[in-house]
Design a protein around this ligand. Structure first.
Ligand code: HEM
Length: 149
């Protein structure tokens, strides 16, 4: 069972991170404003639904492994320190990325197809940049964690 859940976790991570890298690339390389508006108008909502499903799968499969690998006891006992340290950082990053995703999706769905206020623009761009960068960090800590399990 552990193998299956890890497989699902990894599949979810590839879809979730792959999607965020692709949309980030679209933002950078699709310079034509009109084309960008049209692409985001149609692709945005589908992307939003797909990504939130995979993020949910990531969190649930991660939690399942967390309890089945006995990582909760590491938190209760406070050792081994290395695993505790890596896992704490990863979980904080996941918490922040989840908040950034909620902010990003809230603005995206609220303003899809309409002009954004400067504050909405800032929050939307800031959160997408945060999601992109945090994913790269989470991947690093996920890999480190694997080294100690
Ligand atoms: C954005 C969210 C997440 C991403 C991108 C992510 C990514 C990954 C990746 C890529 C691995 C495999 C690392 C490797 O094999 O080298 C992994 C493993 C793992 N993840 Fe996550 N993860 C996320 C959220 C979570 C959450 C919320 C938890 C726990 C509450 C969690 C718990 C674990 C555990 C326990 C493993 C190790 C499983 C093992 O090696 O047997 N993950 N994660």
């Amino acid at each position: 069972m552990m193998d299956i859940v890890l497989y699902i976790h990894l599949l979810a991570a590839t879809v979730w991170i792959g999607g965020s890298v692709f949309l980030f690339a679209l933002g950078v390389f699709l310079r034509d404003k009109e084309a960008q508006k049209r692409v985001y108008f149609h692709v945005g909502p589908i992307y939003g639904y797909v990504e939130s499903v995979w993020l949910t799968i990531l969190i649930f499969s991660g939690l399942w492994m967390f309890f089945h690998l006995g990582l909760d006891t590491i938190f209760k006992e406070g050792s081994p320190q290395t695993i505790l340290h890596i896992l704490t950082i990863k979980l904080w990053l996941v918490a922040i990325i989840t908040v950034a995703t909620v902010i990003h999706m809230y603005i995206a769905f609220k303003t899809n197809g309409v002009e954004r206020t400067p504050l909405q623009k800032l929050l939307s761009r800031g959160s997408s940049m945060a999601i992109f960068l945090l994913n790269l960090l989470i991947l690093w800590y996920a890999m480190q964690l694997r080294n100690f399990l």
